[in-house]
Write a protein of this length. Sequence first.
Length: 389
Amino acid sequence: MVGGGNLRAGSAQCVPVAGRRSRPLGTGPAERLSLGTPSPAFRRSLCHSGSGCAAGNATPRRMRLRVYPVPSSPDALHAWPQRPHSAGTFEGGGSPGLRAADVDIGIVYTHERRWMPRLLYTLRRSCPGIAARLVLVDNASKDGVTPWLGYFPQTLVLRNSRRLLYAANLNQVLRVATARYVLLLNTDMFFDPREHCVTRMVRFMDSRPQCGIAGCGIYHEDGGYAYPARRFQTLPVVFARRLGLGRLMPRTLDHYLYRDHPVDGTWACEWLSGCFLMVRRQALEDVGLFDEGFVKYFEDVDMCLRMARAGWQVLYHGATYCYHLEHRASRRLFSIDGWRHLRAYLRWHWKWGLRPSAAPVSTPLKRTVGDHPTIPALAGGVYHQRPNR
């Protein structure tokens, strides 16, 4: 079981936290936050083409944004505009009187202090009507996670004694998860609190018992569509994206980005962006943890492929959405992140072949992938992981 695994000795410390802080977290001026407020009719008209996105030659429009003040403390959360729904209940480690969590929300914190208030304020307002728990990984940060403990009534903190890579931190979240679903988020995400994105994704997963992993619509802060659902990269896609040949190869990129699919629809895809992944914990028992051999990038692509090969569906659900700031240095070919991305791409093809198939395999995937030296067993695996430099 995922929730029954033990953390590696000496690497992390589990600290259950309950209750909220009684004093403000900051004394500076309130920040500003842009939140999209598209109506269903507006989302259906996100394409320039009169025949809709399915026409194949349509480009999503940008969503109109509004600006709201961010409260400076958890006590000011009531100032957020919201629908008349009860606030979400967040279950902690064994606290009496609280029902088991529907979703565990995992966030890895290293040094992203400037993004955390916006993420946590909006995240809490996106979970009405469900029980959720925040699992916060302190990846040996210099400033610690104490300022972020008052945003949720129940929080589980995992403190690393040394800095680990992203996949290793995600695996720590998966190993302590006890809810039906695990939501993995980047720190540079934020939500429209009136959209209730997390609640809607939990309801969606409940209605699709064969769905092992799902993602929602994702937009940039300026309202541009981020194309979170994609096909596996081929060499033409790499050339088009890395060498700036997209205008010369538009059909290649259109196929790669599913531009012939409606952005507000629900459909199967080959892989989803790791900035927002809702994973069914039962499916993890079949496919195992993230492959820590991917130093950076492609751990999400690898997980989605393993889900599909194990017989689980990988679904995009565009009826709800969130926002991603997405500061990606990997788009520059001659950069450290660019070379890391290329290295991860080559390793992924070395692992799965030049033309990987997402078709289910007859042999249970946990027997073919679970023995991989970088994927320990779900319970009590031991990591030998280099720290981030």
